[in-house]
Design a protein around this ligand. Structure first.
Ligand code: ADP
Ligand code: MG
Length: 565
């Protein structure tokens, strides 16, 4: 079982195998997606894993001010996580001063940092890439999967399975756990059963999915052939000396052995791997078909983030895979789709939908107590003894429970809190570090969301910020639109209609960047009141880092003009 590691640009003009499928969603833009193919990110979500390591060494550790959380943690807490030891008064000595005051003692840049007790025993355990061996509170789902997949070990075709659940509910971790168990049991009893894992966020076109599968099976077939060839060649030379060597083999003569060798060698050579790009899809499909059918086996194909594949490339892949069994002679395949989007089957061809959804398993969000257990399991391995104060895990669990019960978020929080404590050279991770981590993660998320907004949305958001900065709170759509229009003129951008701008505001609302509430104005009808839900200065800075918006030199006059109108 392997992660998807194939880049490839899926440039395949004739990417159709089935004439009954007349969809024309071109994969021509697949090129742009190859760049973001990063197999190291579990499910492709960006995390702030390395932000700690990238902090320049000549800077103070991040303090509460840096991320503007004074309000939430209060000045006392903030100072206790400053530089150096925790004794009062020494917290605002910067590294610069330490170096300047140095009177000859060879106290180097890293000495202070090194002298602290490490907090982590094994930080890797908290990273998203780590696959835990124990998954508390997923026993039921894991047993459901196992009950269905056990048929594979009996040589029968398991029903296809669809797994649903929001992000961070343990779908990928559970599926990988089950597939490892399935493969190890199949080895133990020597039954031919294999699991192929594909992350469709990375492998997001039919060409790439089929090519990856084809090449996986070609590789496996060739390994099997090579082993058999070695044995046969030894047998041939033994039999040449002594014909009794063939007793109890399936060969009667040395010639029969030689024929088989010849056959295998030509099979081996005929298996041509699929290139990253360039073949028509029906050729890729038939190459996969032949490769998988070369041996008798049951294959479980796990398509993780299957909703991304359908969104990007339609359901042709699923259609083709789900009808394969009726044509395969030796092998059988079963599909396990994993989706974050509960409604993605609405877009499927009804035949695909009914075939794929033979069995459905739902992963509900974790509650705070369950998240506590999950964190506790990991923390035991990740941290030194007594490195966590008692309220750290419950607080991480409580924050993540609000975040739709996301275990990934809970683990991120715990890891980030540990990193902040480590950077502040604290002896233990405390509640304040968790709050600080929560703000840091939230801010990172906001920065990322804002940074990747389309320009028009950025201008709308910038208009809202300008109004707020000038003390105009709970602005209405019309006011935002007026400023927006002036900003567009200033930077020569198209001006959208007020209706479109209202839609963009709704989108910003859904992303949690603004809060828009409909208020009734009595006989004047209804309007939306918009307020910012994100830290204003950081958001403005991100917007201004966009080269187009950065051109707006002095925005003050626009807002002034509002009052003149
Ligand atoms: P999903 O695929 O549903 O988005 P993941 O399986 O990737 O979620 O889980 C997110 C993170 O939380 C991973 O690091 C995973 O190891 C961890 N995790 C999720 N559920 C559990 C659990 N029950 N026990 C331990 N760790 C878990
Ligand atoms: Mg996942």
């Amino acid at each position: 079982m392997d992660e998807d590691t194939q880049p490839g640009d899926g440039n395949d003009p004739e990417d159709r195998t089935d004439s009954t499928q007349s969809r024309t969603d071109s994969e021509g833009d697949a090129q742009s997606h190859s760049e973001r193919a990063d197999p190291s990110t579990d499910s492709g979500r960006s995390t702030d894993d390395d932000s700690a390591a990238q902090e320049p060494a000549d800077r103070e550790p991040v303090t509460a001010e840096d991320i503007d959380i004074e309000e939430s943690i209060g000045p006392t807490d903030a100072s206790s996580i400053g530089v150096g030891d925790s004794s009062a008064g020494s917290t605002d000595v910067s590294l610069d001063e330490v170096v300047l005051d140095d009177d000859g003692d060879s106290q180097g840049l890293f000495d202070d940092l090194l002298s602290g007790e490490p907090i982590f025993e094994n930080k890797e355990v908290l990273r998203p890439s780590y696959t835990p061996h124990e998954l508390p509170h997923r026993t039921e789902q894991i047993n459901q999967m196992a009950t269905i997949l056990v048929s594979a070990l009996r040589g029968e075709t398991p029903s296809n399975i669809l797994i649903y659940g929001k992000t961070g509910t343990g779908k990928t971790a559970s599926a990988k756990f089950v597939s490892q168990e399935l493969e190890s049991t199949s080895k133990k009893y020597d039954v031919p059963c294999e699991v192929e894992y594909i992350n469709c966020e990375v492998t997001d076109t039919q060409y790439r999915v089929l090519a990856q599968l084809a090449n996986k099976f070609i590789e496996k077939n060739q390994e099997v052939i090579e082993t058999e060839l070695d044995e046969l060649k030894q047998l041939r030379s033994r039999a040449a000396d002594d014909a009794t060597a063939l007793v109890e083999t399936r060969f009667d003569t040395v010639e029969a052995v030689a024929d088989r060798i010849e056959q295998l060698e030509s099979d081996h050579d005929e298996m041509e791997p699929v290139p990253m790009t360039g073949w028509p899809t029906d050729r890729v499909y038939s190459t996969f078909f032949d490769a998988v059918d070369y041996e008798e086996r049951v294959v479980v194909i796990m398509l993780d983030e299957i909703d991304k594949l359908v969104e990007k490339s339609g359901d042709d892949t699923l259609y083709n895979l789900s009808r394969m069994n009726s044509e395969l002679d030796n092998s059988r395949i079963s599909i396990m789709g994993i989706s974050n989007d509960l409604k993605f089957t609405d877009f499927l061809d009804p035949r695909v939908k009914s075939s794929l959804g033979e069995e459905e398993i739902v992963f509900p969000p974790y509650d705070a107590n369950q998240l506590r257990d999950i964190l506790q399991h990991r923390a035991n391995v990740a941290f030194k003894d007594d490195a966590l104060t008692d309220d750290v895990i419950p607080l991480c669990a409580a924050f993540a429970a609000q975040e739709h019960g996301d275990a990934r978020r809970a683990l991120d929080l715990l890891r980030t809190a540990g990193e902040l404590a480590e950077r502040g050279q604290a002896d233990t991770v405390e509640e304040a570090h968790v709050r600080q981590a929560q703000d840091k993660i939230e801010l990172d998320r906001v920065v990322e969301v804002v940074r990747t907004l389309p320009t028009q949305s950025k201008i709308v958001l910038f208009a809202t910020i300008l109004l707020e900065k000038n003390g105009v709170h709970n602005v209405n759509t019309g006011e935002v639109f007026n400023i927006y229009k002036r900003l567009c003129e200033e930077i020569d951008a198209d001006v959208l209609t007020q209706r479109r701008v209202t839609d963009l505001i709704s989108e910003l609302d859904m992303l949690g960047i603004v809060n828009a509430v409909v208020v009734s104005k009595g006989r004047y009808g209804r309007t939306k009141e918009i307020s910012l839900s994100v830290p204003i200065d950081e958001t403005e800075a991100v917007l201004l880092s966009d080269s187009r918006l950065g051109d707006i030199e002095n925005a003050q006059p626009f807002v002034q003009a509002r009052f003149d109108n």
